[in-house]
Design a protein around this ligand. Structure first.
Ligand code: PEP
Ligand code: MG
Length: 883
């Protein structure tokens, strides 16, 4: 039987082996392969990690043996030897999953140091202080990651020493001081972990590999995977690599850089560098680093070499890279490269620029931008004309602006966020453990850390505003307030942050709507060229319609006329109509509504001149327009108590009676949709008349309009036939009255399972179908759309009974199958049947992809999601070409 290969030297791998070697391992191999300066090392595969779990947390047979053979090769390459007292090899042990999970899993540096090798390192480098500093860092990191001892325990020792000796910075602690710190550390290990710090370097290595495997299942990694929909069974690889030392003096250092600006996409080297430091100092955001341009002044040759390496990597990978590197005594070492996380704005600019630079094709550019992410570009910014009470300025780490109550704790941010409060999470620095709080916060503000710190990376990924490294704010350790100079900002006070400028502002600020960049427009034009499916908007007002057009909507796929009934000046008349006891009385109220509705339709059709507008006749249960019974009961009781007994009381009483009469146990399955039109044809007739009279007026003005009259909640062709007949009758009346003829269509929402099953009968009566997937989801799954999301869907998601919330992401298997059935049956009798979707799913990228695949003519979504749908539709067309 062939032996499974669990260990690959960097020379043996390449970039396309990510699932086996993890992203970091595959790219280290690739960089080695193309001749970049990478310290030698090897990768233990994700298969080994999976096997480790399968075996009940045991290393698979031969894995360690092979790792030690690979270690021998690294020893040969470096001329050093692991555990050697004179010339010790030190290694880093790092995690690396197939899909990047920045900061979520563990890393250990300087492994291989013990009481003996530390002396060897000291004499080898001629720098005792350096060797001791490495050792104390190693003990701290190892004990934290492997033995689970809190960092703070060790930090306190350092702080105590500095205080006692009047020092400010760690690097001021002399060698002797470090020796006493190390001695104290070792005592702490025994006290906290009940065992000695391991002196056997091979034991250290085994324990570290085990710890990295286990970090795959630490809490923050699990949360991150859930949030990013990363499967739990991928496992992490482990990279063991010879150390390069960034902490060997002023000609050494460590940095993180992006080949382009990850916030704006600008083509410029962008990053940060810390002189005389090790990698974790930058990534953890503990010290605020200097911009990479400083490297140009300090180590010009290294900078020159580094810029060349960046260019090589960009053209090799044909994408913006996020790079970690170390300089050891003036020599550059590459420690990582990966495709860089970027804001939506940067993603668009980089993609469009790379097409223009000839690096990628338009199709590739379309796929480079996450359609979900571009939502953030369509979000609000602070109005530049506003007077701002700027109290501090930090680094502009993730664009967008947000206001909210100050909270200092991730758990509290999560709790308040869940209760619907808007909060800004304020932390000295965030750690990956804060991720659940960041998810629920409007934005993040930190007092320390750089643009590549955890807070910044995570917030950018989520499209949340973030200001970091705002050193002017001092957070009190109890987490009740922060101060800026003399000013005190307490927990619960409102602040605003601007992630584009770094401003921290006291109080709420006015925001403005975003505009689209030239590159964004270009990308969307390319999207329009390739997409096969139309994009319309759901809009109920001329303003929304105009906004939708601006965002590229090709018509209105759903105008919900009930929203027009809710307006303050309409409601009393609508109530009069509902309360009418006779048809006569109802017609009187409807006559008052007619001119108003006509005006509504005139406005909206005009705003969409030349484009189709689907106008849906009244849909919701009538009691939605009436006051609640409890409210009325209280009012009546109060009037009674006051001894009031007049016409107003009588009116309230009759209103209450009507409210009771209209009350339903399941209003969503009750007297709504076309059932209203069937019981009160005069309502639908009034609406049809209003539409047609508006059309006539616009025709007279020479404006081209394409109205589509839509009947909701149809379950049988008979309903549609009956109501279509009413609509056509009204058309004939209006035509006779005005002498003007015009084109229009009559169609139906498909939002009940029965409608899908009998779609061929319904199609015989319909010019178009529009899937109302909100109701279709509700009725197919039997999940109330009003309650399910708040009550049990989160638990279903938690227990993985559902992959996604079916009201957000279309349930392809259930709802989707019904749609496919309806399309096939519908088109079998009416090949020209126009079919769209107007449920919430119409603006959700994976649902749009499905709509493309099943051959819909268009999707319709809220105006702000129109660009998202345009891009998602184009991506679907690139991935799944159809005739
Ligand atoms: C739907 O049910 O999907 C739909 C678009 O209609 P509404 O949300 O108004 O019920
Ligand atoms: Mg509906």
């Amino acid at each position: 039987m062939s032996r499974t290969k669990y260990v690959y030297l960097f020379e043996e791998g390449q970039a396309d082996m990510k699932s086996l070697l993890g992203g970091k391992g595959a790219n280290l191999a690739e960089m080695t392969r193309i001749g970049l300066p990478v310290p030698p090392g090897f990768t233990i595969t994700t298969e080994a990690c999976k096997e480790y779990y399968r075996l009940g947390k045991e290393f698979p047979p031969n894995m360690m043996e092979d790792a030690l053979l690979a270690l021998r090769v690294v020893e040969e390459k470096t001329g050093k030897s692991f555990g050697d007292k004179d010339n010790p090899l030190l290694v880093s042990v790092r995690s690396g999953a197939p899909i990047s999970m920045p900061g979520m899993m563990d890393t250990i540096l300087n492994l291989g140091l013990n009481d003996v090798t530390v002396e060897g390192l000291a004499s080898l480098t001629g720098d005792e202080r350096f060797a001791l500093d490495c050792y104390r860092r190693f003990i701290q990191m190892f004990c934290n990651v492997v033995l689970g001892i809190d960092h703070a325990v060790f930090d306190a020792v350092m702080e105590k020493y500095k205080k006692r000796h009047g020092l400010i910075f760690d690097y001021e602690i002399p060698a002797d001081g470090l020796r006493s710190v190390i001695a104290e550390y070792k005592g702490l290990v025994v006290k906290e972990a009940g065992r000695e710090f391991p002196q056997d370097v091979y034991e250290q290595l085994q324990m570290a590999i085990k710890a990295v495997f286990e970090s795959w299942n630490n809490q923050r990694a699990i949360v991150y995977r859930k949030l990013n929909k990363i499967p739990d069974d991928l496992g992490t690889a482990v990279n063991v690599q010879a150390m390069a030392f960034g902490n060997m003096g002023s000609d050494s250092g460590t940095g993180v850089a992006f080949t382009r600006n990850p916030s704006t996409g600008e083509r410029e080297l962008y990053g940060e560098f810390l002189v005389n430091a090790q990698g974790e100092d930058v990534v953890a955001g503990i010290r605020t680093p200097t911009p990479i341009s400083k490297l140009k002044d300090e180590l010009p040759q290294v900078y020159e070499q580094f810029t060349q390496v960046c260019q090589t990597l960009e053209s090799h990978y044909r994408d913006m890279q996020d790079i970690e590197f170390t300089v050891e005594k003036g020599k550059l070492y590459m420690l990582q490269t990966r495709s860089g996380k970027r804001t939506a704005a940067a993603a668009i600019k980089v993609a469009v620029d790379m097409v223009r630079e000839g690096l990628i094709t338009r199709e590739e550019a379309l796929l480079r931008v996450d359609a979900n992410q571009i939502n953030q570009l369509l979000h609000r910014q602070i109005d530049s004309k506003a007077e701002l009470n700027v109290i501090a300025k930090g680094l502009p780490a993730s664009p967008g602006a947000a206001s909210g109550k100050v909270v200092f704790d991730a758990d509290e941010a999560e709790k308040l966020g869940n209760e619907g409060e808007r909060v800004i999470l304020v932390r000295s620095e965030t750690t990956p453990d804060d991720i659940h709080g960041i998810v629920k916060a409007q934005g993040v503000l930190t007092s320390r850390g750089g643009m590549t710190s955890h807070a910044a990376v995570v917030a950018r990924g989520m499209g949340k505003p973030c200001v970091c490294g705002c050193e002017a704010i001092k957070i009190d350790p109890d987490g009740h307030e922060f101060t800026v100079g003399d000013m005190v900002v307490k927990k619960g006070d409102i602040i605003s942050i601007d992630g584009a400028t770094g401003n921290v502002i006291l109080g709420e600020v006015p925001m403005i709507e975003p505009t689209l960049s030239e590159e964004f427009e270009t990308l969307l034009k390319w999207a329009d060229d390739v997409r096969r499916i139309g994009v319309r908007a759901n809009a109920d007002t001329p303003e929304d319609a105009a906004k939708a057009r601006e965002f590229g909507a090709e018509g209105i796929g759903l105008c919900r006329t009930e929203h027009m009934f809710m307006a303050q000046d309409r409601l009393p008349i609508v109530q009069e109509m509902i309360l009418a006891d006779t048809e006569e009385a109802r017609k009187k109220a409807l006559a008052k509504l007619l001119p108003m509705q006509r005006g509504d339709f005139y406005g909206i059709l005009k705003a969409m001149a030349g484009l189709p507008v689907t106008i849906r006749l009244l849909d919701p249960p009538l009691h939605e327009f009436l006051p609640g019974a409890e409210e009325l009961l209280t009012e009546i009781a109060e009037m009674n108590a006051r001894g009031q007994n007049n016409a107003v009381l009588a009116e309230k009483r009759s209103l209450l009676k009507k409210v009771y009469a209209l009350r339903e146990f399941n209003p969503m399955l009750g007297h709504r949709g076309c059932r209203l039109g069937i019981t009160y044809p005069e309502i639908y007739r009034m609406q049809a008349r209003a539409i047609f009279e508006a059309v006539v007026k616009l025709k007279k003005e020479g404006i081209e309009v394409l109205p589509e009259v839509e009947i909701p909640l149809v379950m049988d062709s008979g309903e549609l036939a009956l109501l279509k007949h009413e609509v056509l009758e009204v058309y004939e009346e209006v035509k006779a009255e005005t002498g003007i003829e015009f084109e229009f269509t009559v169609g139906t929402m498909i939002e009940l399972p029965r409608a899908c099953v009998v779609a061929e009968e319904i199609a015989a009566e319909a010019d178009f179908f529009s899937f109302g997937t909100n109701d279709l989801t509700q009725t197919t799954l039997g999940f109330s759309r009003d309650d399910a999301e708040g009550k049990f869907i989160p638990i279903y998601l938690e227990k993985k009974l559902l992959k996604d919330n079916p009201f957000a992401v279309l349930d392809r298997k259930g709802v989707g199958s019904l749609m496919v059935m309806a399309i096939e049956k519908g088109r079998s009798v009416n090949s020209g049947l126009l079919i769209g979707i107007c449920g919430e799913h119409g603006g959700e990228p994976s649902s749009v992809e499905f709509c493309h695949q099943i051959g819909l003519d268009y999707v319709s979504c809220s105006p702000y999601r129109v660009p998202v749908a345009r891009l998602a539709a184009a991506q679907a067309a690139v991935l799944y070409p159809r005739e």
